[in-house]
Design a protein around this ligand. Structure first.
Ligand SMILES: [Zn+2]
Length: 208
């Protein structure tokens, strides 16, 4: 397990040895080949490229307005060496949020990407601050109530009564990471709310 991570750590330490220089396009081709060889030799399809692609698109949201490969996107935004270093910073972030990415379903990453890149996705930047509660953030309770207040701020709460001390501020991206179904609430109007009885139940939108 973790072959892709070990391979990337070796490249990070000695880019010149593996690629000649800090060359992100060459790295992405090497990585694609490595992933195919891994599937041929072990029968395991880890889908790193597929999952990482969705992760990068979700991080950039509407700034990522074309379906191009993550390496092309980074090279369009930054000079070569910077794009190469940024890839590894994004890779570290990917591992931090999803240490068990290999076992995770590719559909989860697709759903996370859809929260920000689908036609009906959130208009907000993924870094927009949203409100949640200590219960949702701690994983104690699912998100069962969502609303967009009159100021336009989004709230994703467990549905119980709260004191101000139980409020927490996270990014919209983090909220979607906790529960990708809130992507379906992207068009919630100011003053509108949405509720559901339990996790996996259908969201019922209430527009006042
Ligand atoms: Zn709560």
């Amino acid at each position: 397990m973790k072959e892709i991570e070990h391979f990337l750590e070796r490249v990070r330490l000695r880019p010149a040895l593996y690629l000649g220089k800090k060359d992100l396009a060459a790295l992405s081709h090497n990585l694609a080949g490595y992933e195919e060889a891994l599937a041929d030799l072990t029968g395991r399809k880890v889908l790193f490229n597929n999952k990482f692609q969705c992760f990068v698109q979700s991080k950039y949201g509407r700034a990522y307005n074309k379906t191009i490969h993550w390496s092309t996107f980074l090279l369009e935004q930054y000079p070569e060496e910077e794009a190469f270093d940024l890839f590894f910073a994004l890779f570290d972030e990917f591992l931090m949020h999803f240490p068990h990415w290999e076992q995770m379903d590719a559909a989860y990453f697709k759903a996370l990407e859809s929260c920000f890149c689908a036609p009906n996705a959130f208009e907000e930047d993924p870094n927009t601050a949203v409100f949640t509660c200590v219960h949702v953030l701690g994983g104690e309770k699912p998100i069962l109530h969502a609303c967009r207040d009159q100021e336009g701020d989004l709230q994703f709460l467990c549905g119980c009564a709260h004191t101000i001390k139980e409020a927490r501020v996270i990014s919209l991206w983090e909220a979607c990471m906790l529960d990708t179904t809130i992507g379906t609430l992207s068009t919630l109007k100011r003053g509108a709310s949405a509720d559901r009885k339990e996790e996996n139940a259908r969201w019922i939108i209430c527009e006042k």
